[in-house]
Design a protein around this ligand. Structure first.
Ligand code: PHE
Length: 448
């Protein structure tokens, strides 16, 4: 049906749908799985403050630039950047931003879908009370068993990818637009109910203290860089998602207004997720700094000891699955939109890319090395590099007037402030993340 070459380019049916879709892309495993555990590992409050600063100084400015490129181009990331470069008389090479973005989306989905699969498994395990009567050690060991059980992971990975493909295959407005209009309200409701549950059953004051009392002595140079990298990942920046969703944005919507709303909601949800998870962790006398296993090892222990744990545990893992689904559809969309432009039917493009992700996911199930490489390569290199190039392209190459026209509305003073941050603060910040990432990778291979 929707070969967009022969039809008008799709536009979200209203402004709210744009906000819900982009918030859906932003809110995902990054908020609920990654943010709490990296906050835990990096000592809490001071780290949270750094992360908020990074969202404000790097995330929001670059996000405005990325959305602008998409809406101005009304095309997939590769063709959108190409058109801008042509119009400004610049090299076609800038389309590398789009090419890398399409690739990064597919590569992230290859491991993202595996983690989403774990949370589906835990929906079932919680609902069937299967970890309820076990000792804490046995509950924690359950995750280790899942990690070794390739075929069980493969089934959930397949289920999750099929759900993603079913939504995306239906098209931008009929598939993604309709899905986020249902998924996002469910997500908000689930999160709020769980917050109340956690408030009543957990140790809320210890969690508040942990998340918001800033002890700067715990802040190392490395945690500042982790905070910056995470600001990119959590806002889905630097890889075309924000651009392609922006290309479907209604003409009369204010870009800065929409971006600030999405960034605010994404941050709020990450903080609420932390305030849902940590009270339960503390009430059960568990460790907040237990790393990536915080969600799948530590939290089930907490649920296993609590009133209503099976029910609320299932609700919690359902919440993660929904958050992951509204992100996974945005990871694959840049690639699909690009293939459509090349004349491939949407359904065929969806199936092709899903199969590719399935193969990559299978590889990351059976090889922890593939999993880690995909994660590190995308989060630590491709997204910061994409963000850096976007900041340079829009801030330094496109020209003030061209940019001012698309980012219209608002006072000149605010616009100028944004432009200065985009030109100077954002690139320098990103280069710092980038430098540190490369150093870490070289060190991990023993090269430096
Ligand atoms: N922002 C998503 C999350 O926090 C991950 C993501 C990254 C989604 C890049 C789309 C693009 O989980």
């Amino acid at each position: 049906m929707s070969n967009t070459q022969s039809q008008a380019y799709p536009v979200w049916s209203n402004r709210l749908t744009y906000i819900l879709a982009t918030t859906g892309a932003a809110v995902g495993l990054g908020n609920i799985w990654k943010f709490p555990y990296i906050a835990g590992e990096n000592g809490g409050g001071a780290f949270v403050l750094m992360y908020l600063l990074c969202i404000l100084l790097l995330g929001i400015p670059i996000m405005i630039a990325e959305v602008m490129l998409g809406r101005k181009g009304r095309a997939n990331p590769i063709h959108a950047v190409l058109a801008q470069a042509r119009a400004a008389g610049l090299s076609k090479g800038w389309s590398f931003i789009g090419i890398m973005g399409v690739a990064a989306g597919i590569m992230i989905l290859m491991f993202y879908s595996v983690v989403a699969g774990w949370s589906l498994e835990y929906v079932v395990q919680s609902a069937s009370s299967s970890y309820m009567d076990k000792t804490p050690a046995d509950v924690a060991a359950g995750f280790g068993e899942l990690a070794k059980d390739g075929s069980r992971q493969l089934i959930w990975h397949s289920v999750f990818l099929m759900a993603t493909a079913a939504i995306v295959g239906l098209g931008v407005t009929r598939g993604i637009g309709n899905a986020v209009n249902i998924l996002m309200p469910v997500l908000f409701l689930l999160l709020l109910s769980l917050l109340v549950y956690s408030y009543q059953n957990g140790n809320f004051s210890e969690a508040l203290n942990f998340m918001f009392s800033a002890d700067f002595s715990k802040l190392t140079g490395d945690s500042v860089l982790v905070a910056m990298g995470h600001a990119f990942f959590t806002l889905s920046l630097g890889m075309g998602t924000v651009m392609v969703y922006g290309s479907y944005m209604p003409e009369n919507q204010s870009i800065p207004g929409a971006v600030v709303t999405v960034a605010f909601l994404d941050t709020l949800i990450a903080l609420i997720a932390g305030m849902t998870i940590f009270p339960l962790v503390f009430a059960s006398g568990l460790e907040p700094g237990s790393g990536p296993g915080l969600l799948f090892e530590t939290l089930p222990i907490a649920f296993s000891k609590m009133w209503g744990g099976a029910f609320f545990g299932a609700g919690f893992f359902l919440l993660i699955s929904i958050a992951a689904l509204s992100s996974s559809i945005s990871l694959i969309e840049p690639g699909i939109s690009w293939l459509e432009k090349l004349g491939i039917k949407r359904m065929a493009a969806t199936i092709g890319l899903t199969v590719l992700c399935w193969i990559g996911g299978a590889a990351s199930i059976y090889s922890a090395e593939v999993f880690d490489t995909l994660d590190h390569l995308t989060s630590n290199i491709m997204l910061p590099l994409g963000g850096l190039l976007i900041a340079i392209f829009v801030g330094w190459r496109l020209g003030y007037t061209r940019v001012r026209k698309e980012v219209s509305g608002g006072s000149n003073m605010l616009f100028n402030l944004w432009f200065i941050v985009l030109r100077f603060v954002a690139p320098i910040g990103v280069m710092l993340v980038f430098y540190e990432s490369i150093k870490n990778i070289l060190a991990s291979y023993g090269i430096i």
